[in-house]
Design a protein around this ligand. Sequence first.
Ligand code: C2E
Ligand code: MG
Ligand code: MG
Length: 685
Amino acid sequence: MQDVPLSTTLPDTATDSRLQLLSLIQAPLYLFDVEAFGIVWANESAIAYWDAASAEELYARDISTSASASVKLRVVQFKQTCFEKQQVVHEHWTVYPKGSPRGADFEIYPFTDNEGKKLLLMRIKDINPILDEDMAYRTTALTHTATMISAYSQELELVYTNTAAGKSMPVGLSNGRQRLVLQAELHAIVNALAVDGQHDAEAQVHTAKGIRWHALHVQRCTNPTTGKQMYLVTETDITEQVHAKEEAYRLAFTDSLTNLPNRAALSRQMDELVKTNPPAHFAILFLDLDRFKVINDSLGHAVGDQLLIDVAQRLRQALGEQGTVYRLGGDEFVMLTALSVEYNELKRIAEHVLAAMADPVMVSGHKLRVLPSIGISSSPSDGMEVSLIMENADAAMYIAKANQCGYCFYDAKMSSTITENVKDRMGLETDMVAAVKNDEFELYFQPKISGRTLAVDSVEALIRWNHPKRGMVPPDKFIGIAEETGQIIDLGNWVLRAAMKQQRLWQDQGLSVPVSVNISARQFSANDLLANVSDALKQTGCDPQMIELEITESMLIGEPDGVHATLQQLSAMGMRLALDDFGTGYSNLAYLQKYPLDCIKIDKIFLADRSRSMLMGTILSMGKVLGLQVVAEGVETATQADWLIAHGCDLLQGFYFSKPKPVAEVTQYLIDNGIPLKDDGRRVA
Ligand code: C2E
Ligand code: MG
Ligand code: MG
């Protein structure tokens, strides 16, 4: 449409032939003054459309107060487009002529009046009641949806917000650049839009409520009024989901007890390191606490947990900035360092860790001391696969544990036998879990012969493991492992019951034979030994006087608290106490007087090694002086037996008389040898 000049503020209908012409047109037409924000001329149809009483009433209407900011902004944009580009603008609006909403298509033309004032000539077109309703729904939806919808110009000026987005915008925000917390994210979005025209992102944004996480969908589109490119942004607040996801992620990689990163975190970290090119240099120190399971079993899980928390803290402190401590589970920890990979540095770390763990810790009134065994392996030198590096460190740890040397470096030259032993040990450790349940353990009994009468005096119960694949496994092979894993507690209780049950059975058969039972160090230090022993006595109905408990010197070393009381109580219950393997440890004679012992068993090494025979004589006479019964272990020959008998040894135990035997065989042996025999009638089993 052509722009025709007019002369008055209100267009002069009488002299402006253009307006006279426009009056004849059926469609509603009116002139709009953008600055005054009001209608300055309208034809009959438009007056009717706006439901005005007269033209004057329509011109006097204050539309400004009811129009939204975005409508006002848009009207200004229309004017610019119309006049600068000489373009007709098409717009679909909802208007409220009689208070009820109606959809209308507007055609907007530039119109300059006689005074040069630039007005907009609006033509209301195609009034469609169906669209009307549709538009009303759209408006309502935009007003009420929780989804934030906003539009930005090409220069990222904010040009539109729906109600939700308006509420979310921080005060004073006028440009999209101010919305995103990280400018890098803004660049990523803008770049992606240039390529794809749309982009989805999860980003931190500034909002009226502070910084929040929003899921953003940004779409490039054309501004319907200016024809320019613009960006339509749809946002939802996902702060809660992001936090929940972060928390789930954190939990997946954190050990809940100690708050250390867990096994999954270690695998992830090592995976990353081995995949770097060139291969990253790093080392792991694999730690396993030496007596943890015993503490856990005997003092309870609460104490065990507390101890682990303390250990975690000490390890973290000891390693400091040199790496990360992970808890794999149970009492296993790994330290990973990528900073200190030299042999001497790793050695220093290991020694520092051992020193840090040396002081006992007080947990619920218990003074506890747990030292770790540490296996060290490095990458790439000891392996470039995560599983291999772990396996090697684990193997080195087992060797450190077996040698009780604190720490050990993995060495590719480690003899295969050692590795085999380690594997063997690991295998036994796993198998033992099922073995107790599967009833694979059995007690053998070895007779002890009286030096005076040469009749059987008593028997010692010795455990055997009928392994389904390996056959008979001797106790030396598995007792140590059971001590470390803590399974000795269950196993020891089983032995106590089985031995007492058998004693009771023999008693009932008329064979009144005392039975000795070996008590392991861990079993002895467990809190509930007394309760377990008395339970076993009660359950089996065994006479305590027929039971002897064999303990070793190692349990007395350092005179730990409570040992004296425990021994006293066991003795008070009527049982005898023997000190096993005497002479192999400290052979501290003071123990013999201090504790309520009834018997000492001289270790077999004294008979095997001739140079010690002098000492053997001394121990024998000392035993007599202290009023203790003396047993010689490992009697293998008649000469040894003769010498012992001549020197007044009370009891003789060894293969010369009988090997440890299963119940049926030993029962027969008891029957055959239960009565005193003549000197020349010695029998060899
Ligand atoms: P120990 O208590 O000193 O038992 C004596 C060991 O010497 C037994 O070995 C026995 O078979 C062996 N022996 C007996 N006579 C001779 C001999 O004349 N010559 C030689 N060379 N050896 C002889 P075993 O049965 O293999 O047990 C080894 C150790 O395992 C035991 O030493 C004991 O410390 C431990 N053990 C055995 N059974 C149990 C158990 O039920 N509980 C605990 N805690 N430890 C046990
Ligand atoms: Mg013994
Ligand atoms: Mg012994």
